[in-house]
Ligand binder design. Structure first.
Ligand code: ZN
Length: 95
């Protein structure tokens, strides 16, 4: 039960970060909140190919239709490049 709750909390925090990350910057202009606890990656990207989390300074980066994606490895990037729509289909968009 504990594990499930902390997973929920983590998911919630992650959602808030994703949701308000950019908006907060735009509203406040700047915020210098330098908590020196970097035991957790504040921003990590999810590799859309294999689902792994990739730290901002690791892996391969790709901007696709204005959205930034990160890939754990070159082979994941290549797979994404070959057929981006296949890995982005969960948005429900089709064009
Ligand atoms: Zn990967």
């Amino acid at each position: 039960m504990d594990g499930f709750i902390s997973l929920l909390v983590f998911a919630g925090l992650f959602y808030l970060m994703m949701r308000f990350g950019c908006g907060a910057h735009m509203i406040h202009g700047h915020h210098h909140r330098n908590g020196h606890s970097d035991h957790k990656q504040r921003e990590s990207y999810k590799d859309p190919v294999c689902g792994m989390e990739v730290a901002p300074d690791q892996g391969y980066r790709k901007v696709h239709e204005g959205q930034e994606y990160r890939f754990c490895s070159r082979s994941c990037l290549d797979k994404f490049d070959a057929d981006p729509g296949r890995y982005l289909r969960n948005t429900g968009e089709q064009s």
